[in-house]
Design a protein around this ligand. Structure first.
Ligand code: SF4
Length: 324
């Protein structure tokens, strides 16, 4: 196993509105090793994006606050860095790509200039050098006619091309960790497959680690070595990808897997997990999943389940582990 690059321990992140505090991420601990892709899955409201924003220290004060925990990255606790030091980490050592390139790219700036800007800030290159490197980045992410595309605005490119530009910006400073938050959700399936392949190839070429945030277990299966399943701000299961798909233990993970359509799924009969995820300010007592869980028992309503640890780093938090 390669060395640990990111080590998050007991992370708690909250938001306060009208004097009411809600905990969006609760006691989250996980690691990402060098060169590893870790998929973080869960529905909207599971806390996966807040976790990644916490790692980037992009939780906006005063309403948002990282309450406690440590985020060790490459030997330093990111929570102890000044904002100036953190700015150097962002974009240079950790980069992020978002779901919607249309809103993340600046519509008034040429694509090449947007990539070059990041190279100038983080690598101190001259404008000319940065422009040449930007064209090379466009070539690397598979954009045809990169010299021409560098001089075009985002609206002149297709959705898939815009996402490639986002990836080029994120990778322009060879980060050690790429956080990709739903990077293919806004794209059609063919382009999605191309972007995922591109990310896999670039990961191999550049040797970086990836934290992949998604609601889509299919994407996780294709991309990740390890999977973390989150529900209502907590990790409920974690395992190597093959182990998780072969041997899911938490009923929420099982529900997510049953929702993946297969060739055998009868037309019009897609499985869905009953009910809705609760809001962070109205969490159920005990196990947060109990109102939706087909296996819920009395104990689940009052007692929060602890983790059970199996072999190969597989862990899950469910009272079913105590049933003989
Ligand atoms: Fe279901 Fe209980 Fe397990 Fe929660 S602890 S997932 S309610 S069986």
């Amino acid at each position: 196993m390669k060395p640990v690059l990111l080590d998050v321990q007991h992370l708690v992140t909250s938001f306060t509105s009208d004097s009411v505090k809600t905990v969006a991420v609760e006691d989250v601990s996980f690691q990402v090793h060098e060169g590893e892709t870790v998929g973080i899955v869960g529905e909207s409201g599971s806390g996966k994006s807040v976790t990644s924003m916490s790692v980037m220290r992009l939780i906006e004060a005063p309403s948002g606050k990282i309450e406690s925990g440590t985020i060790m990255f490459n030997g330093r606790n990111l929570l102890e860095l000044s904002e100036k030091e953190m700015q150097k980490v962002r974009g240079h050592e950790i980069s992020m790509i978002f779901q919607e390139p249309t809103t993340s790219l600046n519509p008034t700036k040429l694509c090449g200039d947007q990539i070059a800007e990041s190279i100038i800030i983080h690598q101190g290159k001259s404008k000319d050098e940065a422009h040449k490197m930007a064209v090379e980045m466009l070539r690397l992410v598979g954009i045809p006619l990169p010299e021409q595309r560098a001089n075009e605005y985002p609206h002149q490119l297709s959705g898939g091309m815009r996402q490639r530009v986002m990836i080029a910006i994120a990778l322009s400073c060879s980060p050690k960790l790429l956080i990709a938050d739903e990077p293919t959700t806004a794209l059609d399936v063919t382009i999605q497959a191309q972007i995922l392949k591109l990310m896999r190839d670039l990961k191999e070429k550049m040797g970086m680690s990836i934290m992949l945030i998604t609601h889509d277990l299919g994407v996780v299966a294709e991309m990740s070595e390890k999977v973390i399943v989150m529900y209502l701000g907590k990790i409920v299961e974690e395992a190597e990808v093959v182990e998780l798909f072969k041997n899911p233990k938490h009923p929420y993970t099982m529900g997510l897997m049953k929702s993946i359509p297969t060739l055998e799924t009868p037309k019009g009969k897609l499985y869905t997990i009953e009910g809705f995820i609760a809001t962070a300010d109205n969490k159920p007592s005990g196990c947060g999943f109990h109102p939706r869980c087909p296996y819920a028992m009395e104990i689940c309503k009052t007692k929060t389940p602890e983790f059970t640890y199996l072999e190969n780093g597989h862990r899950y938090a469910c009272h079913l582990s105590e049933v003989k």
